[in-house]
Write a protein that binds this ligand. Structure first.
Ligand SMILES: [Zn+2]
Length: 95
């Protein structure tokens, strides 16, 4: 699993998030990804069963939101371990 997917799952597991919210959140971390990248990515994660999606009406506007499914909550475990190992290699073994 790529870091971007892992990141999206992390936030979608904390609270449901819109596509725009994902773009803004990743932007805060320095990822410059636009709707043409994010929406296909979200769609592929829905197809894999990692995200659930629904349309909500907020202030009379339709808003599609994404939330981590139970499979999506389990999926990051392997990736989390890989990230931890990479982090240790990069930052801890060279001190
Ligand atoms: Zn984040």
């Amino acid at each position: 699993m790529g870091l971007v997917r892992l990141h999206v799952l992390h936030h979608a597991a904390e609270s449901p998030i819109s596509g725009l919210g994902v773009i803004e959140e990743l932007g805060r971390h320095g990822y410059r990804l636009g709707p043409g990248t994010i929406y296909p990515l979200l769609h592929s994660m829905v197809k894999r069963g990692w995200l659930r999606t629904e349309v909500q009406i907020v202030a009379r506007r339709k808003r599609r939101i994404y939330a981590a499914s139970s499979a999506g909550r389990r999926a990051p475990n392997l990736a989390r371990e890989q990230v931890r190992q990479l982090y240790e290699e990069m930052f801890e073994e060279h001190q």
